[in-house]
Design a binder for this molecule. Structure first.
Ligand SMILES: [Zn+2]
Length: 342
């Protein structure tokens, strides 16, 4: 198995976010890259760098207003007297169907869901190359590689078509799925991150050509709160093409693997041509977020079961934060996947 990584993804280095109103160090740090690289290499994967595919694959998912915002907002923010060092919103529209703001502060509120996605001088370049990593993983699968792992950082699954949030800017898994659609009529996304993949769900919510399935900690008292409930099934042509499998806080390997079996049954029924695994590793029992209690061995079992679907697969990195076992958990997943792949 090969994996894709670009050094430019290290440059984004967010400082803070608010947790229950309190300023905390932002956990989406460049050190994650070192741990994940070590994990991929320990699994025996061969590294490749992505070429620059340009803006087209990103623009197939994200709106032009939003992409222009991401690319320019830091420079504009710096011209505001006494503004913060990073772009952080302090006002949000209660609905998003009124006038589009022209000011930097207004646009930050419009395009940023929360304080966990601060934008600095390096953010756009890192997010851009994180997305190119996902595009290249998808292209390699389309060109005949059975499985490719994209080490995308910053992560993507909380980003909507025009909205950053939860450490995410560009939705790498959605971009990979859209790219795979060029070769396959139907694509499934299986999101195993601790947090619900709300951006991914939102992007495909009214579409039947991409099935979105997410296993995550119950959002009743957990980020992202407003999305991820079992009642959200898709809308219009997409009705029935979104499956949420929330788990009680603290659930471990047993309940997680049961939910995974339900997810896999739904994916089989959908009969996709290809699969995107949105691979968060923060469901781990030792992850700083402490939402679920999946073990390192559990990640190997998750990898094995995903591989048994027997589909061409792009594995795209989502969350998973710095702890001793972060690299080991990636190794476990990739090794489990590789041992069961057809
Ligand atoms: Zn997460």
């Amino acid at each position: 198995m090969k994996f894709v990584f670009s050094e430019a993804q290290r440059r984004h280095d967010p400082r803070h976010f608010l947790s229950s109103g309190a300023p905390q160090p932002n956990p989406e740090v460049p050190e994650r890259v070192n741990r994940l690289l070590a994990g991929a290499r320990a699994a025996g994967l061969e590294e490749v760098a992505p070429p620059d595919y340009g803006a087209e694959a990103i623009a197939a998912i994200h709106t032009p207003e939003y992409l222009q915002f991401l690319e320019t907002i830091f420079a504009r923010w710096q011209r505001i007297p006494e503004a913060s060092a990073e772009v952080v919103p302090n006002i949000h529209p209660d609905r998003r169907d009124f006038s589009y703001p022209t000011s930097a502060v207004g646009q930050a509120g419009y395009h940023m869901a929360d304080t966990a996605c601060p934008i600095s001088a390096e953010t756009w370049q890192s997010a851009y190359w994180s997305a190119q990593t996902a595009v290249h993983a998808a292209r390699m699968v389309m060109d005949g590689e059975r499985t490719v792992y994209g080490l995308s950082r910053p992560p993507g699954h909380h980003a909507f078509a025009d909205l950053a949030g939860g450490f995410c800017f560009l939705n790498n898994a959605a971009i990979a799925a859209q790219e795979l659609r060029r070769a396959y009529d139907r694509v499934a996304i299986l999101d195993v991150d601790l947090h619900h993949g709300n951006g991914t769900q939102g992007i495909f919510y009214r579409r039947s050509d991409v099935l979105t399935v997410s296993i995550h900690a119950d959002p009743v008292r957990f980020y992202p709160f407003f999305w991820g409930h079992a009642s959200e099934r898709g809308e219009g042509p997409g009705l029935g093409c979104n499956l949420n499998l929330p788990l009680p806080r603290g659930s471990g390997d047993g309940p997680f693997l049961e939910a995974l079996d339900a997810a896999i049954r739904r994916i089989r029924s959908y009969a996709p041509g290809a699969l995107v695994v949105a691979l968060g590793l923060d469901a781990f029992e030792g992850d700083p977020f402490g939402g679920l209690t999946v073990s390192t061995d559990g990640f190997a079992r998750i990898g094995e079961r995903c591989a048994k679907l027997g589909l061409p697969t792009a594995i795209i990195q989502e969350g998973g934060y710095v702890c001793d076992a972060l690299g080991d958990n990636l190794t476990a997943f990739l090794t489990g996947f590789g041992s069961s792949a057809a």
